[in-house]
Design a protein around this ligand. Sequence first.
Ligand SMILES: [Cu+2]
Length: 70
Amino acid sequence: MVDRVTLNVEGMSCGHCVKAIENSVTAISGVDNVQVQLDSGTVNVEFNKDAVEVEHITNAIEEQGYTIGN
Ligand SMILES: [Cu+2]
């Protein structure tokens, strides 16, 4: 079943950040689509919630050196 989440991500400042997050989140099995909005500092993710938990997604972003906000 497809679910979708919008995460507030602190520390994104340029196209490199966008690519780093896109690549790390896309690499997670069960993630269907990732859209990074640099202006608003948000990351929209579509994922199969039977295959992946949101925590896996936030962990992948934090491993790239960013902070998940509220
Ligand atoms: Cu950057």
